[in-house]
Design a protein around this ligand. Sequence first.
Ligand code: 4NP
Length: 153
Amino acid sequence: MKVLFVCLGNICRSPTAEAVFKRRAAKAGLNNIQIDSAGTGAWHIGNPPDPRSRAAAETRGYSFEGISARKIAVSDFETFDYVLAMDRSNLKDLKALEPAGSPAKLSLFLDYAPPHSQREVPDPYYGGPQGFEQVIDLIEAASDGFIMHLRTS
Ligand code: 4NP
C-alpha cells in the first residue's frame, strides 16, 4: 500500500500528514505502508519542512526526519494507491495532472475525517501559530479515519 499526501508547497501540511500518519499507522499495527508527500508547486524543492510545522508537530512527538520538499510527478499516479489532497485547490491541480485511466484513488484527505469535520486543511503559511495547531488537529483525526478505512477495505 502506497499513500501520497499533497499540498501546495510540501513544507507545511503534507509533510505534517506524512509524519502524523506514519506514526499513527505504525501504532495501529498497519505495516507495509509506504508514505510520502509532495507539493503541486516548485518553490520549496529540496527544503526541509517549515520550522513552524516542525515546532507544532514535534511538541506532539512526531518526527520530520528525512523529509524534504519535492514536486508531484505524473508518475506518482502510477506509483501510489492513494493520492490525498489537503484542499480543493490542490485537488483541482491534481485532477489536471492525472493521466486518463490512472489507478490511483484521488481525493481530499479530509474525506476520511469524521463526518462533522471540515473538508479542507487550511493553508497555514501566512498565518499565526494557531493555524499550525489546527493543521495537526485535522490531520490527526483524518489519519485515524483513513486507518479505519484501510482496515475495512
Ligand atoms: P503548504 O504551505 O502547502 O502547506 O506547504 C505553503 C507553503 C509555502 C507556500 C504556500 C503554502 N508558498 O507560497 O511559498
